[in-house]
Design a protein around this ligand. Sequence first.
Ligand code: ZN
Length: 311
Amino acid sequence: MKIVEFDEKGQQVIRDSGSIMSNDSTSKLAPRPVFGKPDTAPRRKRKSSSGIELHMFQTGTLRTKMKYIKMNQGEEDFEIPVPWFLIKHPMGNVVIDGGNAVEAAIDKRAHWGAVVDAYDPVMDVKENCVEQCKSVGVSPHDVRFVVQSHLHLDHTGAIGRFPNAQHIVQRSEYEYAFNPQWFAKGAYIRADFDRPGLDWKFLGGEFTDNYDLFGDGTIRMIFTPGHSTGHQSFLITLPNTGPVLLTIDAAYTQDHWDNKALPGLVVSSSDAADSVAKLHKIADDTGAMVVTGHDPKNWESFRKAPYDFYD
Ligand SMILES: [Zn+2]
């Protein structure tokens, strides 16, 4: 099995998986105190866990303007985190989204094009999701599923980077990504998802809603279109923490969650509003901790990898 990695200079190197130990934890990520305040959550390495863990990472930030996040809400600068998630589970490790592709840290304009003028990625090469997985002891060949909320450029960093993974996405999102409408074109980087030899599994919108990945209720996929055609959110249920609702970009920020803003990029405002209402019902029914997609303030409050996790 060949493993694709990136060295310090961002050069791609292909290694044999035999040279990568599954307990490799040599990657030391610099903490990212990007928003002026340190994380408020405690940073400690836990001695034991329930065996199911949710690790919250980010591939740096995007420097953008308020109007690109909150529809019609001004020109002021706005910097948002780019979160992604790793779930360790006895039946296999799961990466959700993977943040930006590593190429955004190497030559952002070459990889993303003119969209960097609206969404400017601030990312170190070492912040790619493959390296970050290693920082918590997960080697690339030990990831069983890469699950996509949608295929916008700040969510496609894991596709094709984990050689044994099946990739799961909504079929409508995958099809739209190859032929997006003019206003959404800049958000889809075809090189990220149109890669040879990928094992894809496609979900069918409302017909496969609440798809339960392992059949044990740990990871459920909730169809939440609007921001994109085939967007999905995730309800993660952990043994000790309980339910955690990852809205992803169905609600970028607290304002979106509170019905005070529509997404700056949207394919259907009507569907986007319905999806937030759908997620509110789930949060009310389950009492879930809500994790919005890109809120700089909310993001500070969570336990962050590689120092800590939820179990
Ligand atoms: Zn996003």
